[in-house]
Structure formats: C-alpha cells, structure tokens
Design a protein around this ligand. Structure first.
Ligand code: ZN
Length: 95
C-alpha cells in the first residue's frame, strides 16, 4: 500500500483530498463534480466508469482518469489498468 498524504484542494483551499504523492494536482470532489459529468457512449468505457459514485468521492485518482477521458475520449492501456486496480483495491478494502 502506498503512502497517502492529505493535501488541501487547490481550487477551494478548504477541503482536504487524499493524494498519493505530494506533488500531484489535487482537487476535491465538490470542485471536480461538474467535470465528471459527461456522456460516455463507448460501451467499454461506459462499463469501466460504471462504479459507485462514492469511489469517485473518496479517490482523486479515479476522478482524474474520468475527467481525462471526458476531455480526450481516450485512455492509455496503463491508465485503464491502473484505474481497474484502484477500483479493485477499494472494493477489497470495503469487504
Ligand atoms: Zn475544492
């Protein structure tokens, strides 16, 4: 398990966000919520991003991947693998 740091959201400078590295760009769920809304028509990505909303709430990495996809409509294989891995980890932590 990687070390996680609590960093203040760079946008509202109010909420804390869990980040895996000190230098990463962190925005809280509330500030990023509007960027997470978008229509996904590709069946593969539709399924990939179909995870409980709370996962996006607690994990900034998952949010960033989704925001990236909605912006560029494409992800690298490494991003897909990392996304699935994090989702799996959250699932296991909850069990
Ligand atoms: Zn914020």
């Amino acid at each position: 398990m990687r070390v996680q740091y609590k960093q203040k959201c760079i946008k509202c400078k109010k909420n804390y966000v869990l980040a895996t590295s000190r230098s990463s760009y962190v925005v809280c769920y509330d500030c990023q919520k509007s960027s997470l809304i978008g229509e996904i028509t590709d069946p593969f990505y539709k399924k990939l991003f179909d995870i409980p909303e709370e996962y996006y709430k607690e994990n900034s990495f998952l949010r960033n991947i989704k925001v990236n996809y909605l912006k560029y409509h494409n992800l690298t294989d490494a991003q897909i693998v990392a996304f699935e891995k994090v989702v799996q980890q959250i699932k296991e932590n909850k069990e």
